[in-house]
Design a protein around this ligand. Sequence first.
Ligand code: GLC
Length: 805
Amino acid sequence: MKPGKVVGCNRVAGGCEFRCENAVASVTFAGKGVVRVRAAPGEGFEPDFSWAVVRNEPSGGTFSVERTRERVVLKAREVSVAVEMKPFHVSFYGPGGTLLNSDAEGGGVSWSGRKIRCRKEMPADERYFGFGEKAFHLDRRGKRMVNWNTDAALHTWNSDPLYQSIPFFIGVGRGRAYGIFFDNSWKSFFDMGASSRRYYTFGAEGGEMNYYFIHAPGAKEILERYTWLTGRMPLPPLWALGYHQSRYSYKDEGSVRRVAARMRALGFPCDVIHLDIHYMDDFRVFTWHPERFPRPEKLLTELRAGGFRVVTIVDPGVKRDTGYRVFREGLESGYFLKKRDGTLFYGYVWPGETAFPDFSRADVRRWWGEQHRELTGRGVAGIWNDMNEPSENIKPHARRVSTRRVVHYDGGRYTPHAKNRNVYGLQECRATREGLLRLRPDERPFVLTRAGYAGIQRYAAAWTGDNSSTFRHLRLSIPMLLNMGLSGAPFVGADIGGFTGNCSPELYARWVQLGAFYPFCRTHTAILSRPQEPWSFGRRVAGIARKYISLRYRLLPYIYTLFREAAWTGTPVLRALFMEFPWDEACVGIEDELMVGSSILLAPVLKRGARRRRVYLPAGADWVDFETLERRAGGVTITADAPLHRMPIFVRAGAIIPTQAHVRCADEITMNPLVVEVYPAAFNAAGGGRSVFTLYEDDGATMKYEEGVFCTTAMECRRRRGGVRFTLHRRKGVYHPGARVCELVFRGVDKPLEVRLNGEPLEEETGGADGAGEGRWWYEREGKVLRAAFTDRGERVDVDAGFRG
Ligand code: GLC
């Protein structure tokens, strides 16, 4: 069934409502460049509610409505919508009148029983990105994808669905880009040309046709608007950006202590150790195993003194055991999911028979949050929410369990599981984050999740679940994580080394090289797999792991600033090449290279035995090999050497990358000296050769940044004829890092004739000193490195290096 002809049109807040022969529909401006389309059969809409959207009031600014017999056109600055009347049919146009997207001829919205769908034109040049967590290639054109949160153990390329559902995508074609967020929590699908060459279709098994059309010039701006709508990642604590070590499981205090001690003894920076299910008493959540972990406070205090934090796993399934407080409380208060007939729903998870809290209820979320006292009270730093799709029927316990009759409170409407499953993990993470904030109001929570829905970035970081220790999975992690970022979720990672199976030394080396740049950086492995601590693969691989994990820590000032950018604008930390180089067609679809922010390009080695690889260097920039400092103009494919100890990394010329000295964990970070790596661009008479980076700093731990307690420092590099000028602009903001040494490191420059600091000549260090002393400069011919150091008090500083000619 289709809406049919429009028989009436009224102005409503933000737009128009259309009465059609068989349906009602509305088109409203929800925000800048954001249009909402709703349609429901019959006379009225369902009550308006979303778990994902944080802005419910129309705020699209001014718009006009033009009506003719055939159509109604709603015009706003950023996007216009033309609604044809006979029959109801929607098209979107950009500011210049360019057609962005339109319902298919004879397509658009339709119903079949409870099922809904919307069919749209699919231009030949359009590519599709986003769609949350999927095991497909970067560009999803031609794919059919299902959204239904699933415990996808043993998934591989093309397995679908996986753990998370984010029904959002970005369409990119020549000269146009848009996003569509289909805000429907039922089992849903996107058919992006799998069953037709001319159309794509999305739909769901129930609920309303309710989607947001987002227009902006490019993917970054679309994400800014999408995350305006569904919320952004709050800043994580700095320690959570460090290296995490995990396995299923470190089974007792002794093994945890040994891992911590070896990390330090062998010089691997590390901040976090994860405790998987064996820390619990018979897998009862919010308990400790009395023999294995007899004194958790003592353990956690000692680890903390050594700079380690502990994250514990928490599964939603509560063991059925009337002798167990959490179960009893949940039972007595009626907090668990029930079936339509009022009996409790039990599934089978690690502890055997389990009940599941109904996180759609605010009181249940509060109660669940409160349970974390048992963990935080003993010093647990963060929470790892697993099995929250929810996984309800696992081996070895598996029985015939069906969720068909399960109902969720859902605002008192007791709606079916099918409507609530995809938001179950989202609501659990919300309960966890809010609980942690109540227990420790001054500390930024860290929550890690496996399941999620649109908006999950507001509550938790995510990892991609049970991958395998194979090169194919290493490769798969790139399109997966890039598309998560393109779905609003920037704090993501895959298990380094792979979860299932035995990782080879070579694979671990290649994985840690890439994984050191995953926003969420953790090694984890399954219960029967060989050890996967970074020293487990022999000295050579240990050295490689140390090198790359240390590099991550050195880059934390840069990476933390990228996190802040993600928290403020939704731009992901890891970026597909096409996001940074939208003008370069060759970048679209590249999924074996990626950007960390806009300055660092990674070309990881993804093939067993490979010791070199082809690397495409995007056009419109010059590139500097991070290790050899060799320079090349972009727009070419090169062959890069990649011996096992080396992952090719390229820095975009002009880059300014703030770094810090070697540290073993976040506690040791002082940002003194602040080491600023500068890769000056070539002189360009046309006015190029200027670049800027704005460093973000705050206390890295508390919520004060939300009240504005942070500072930013703009850094600028200008290439001139015969010289280069670096300016550290005056620091802005109310957070004060204190006076410190700033060490400038210019890479790939000739030896200067002189170096001036605020116009005064600096002395050249000619002794055998290692690097430059404060107020001096130093040149290393090998690598063409110029260093200069000075005291940074937050005031403007100009450093000029003058060259011959
Ligand atoms: C699930 C998780 C995995 C964890 C295991 C035991 O398989 O995905 O990370 O180690 O459960 O808790």
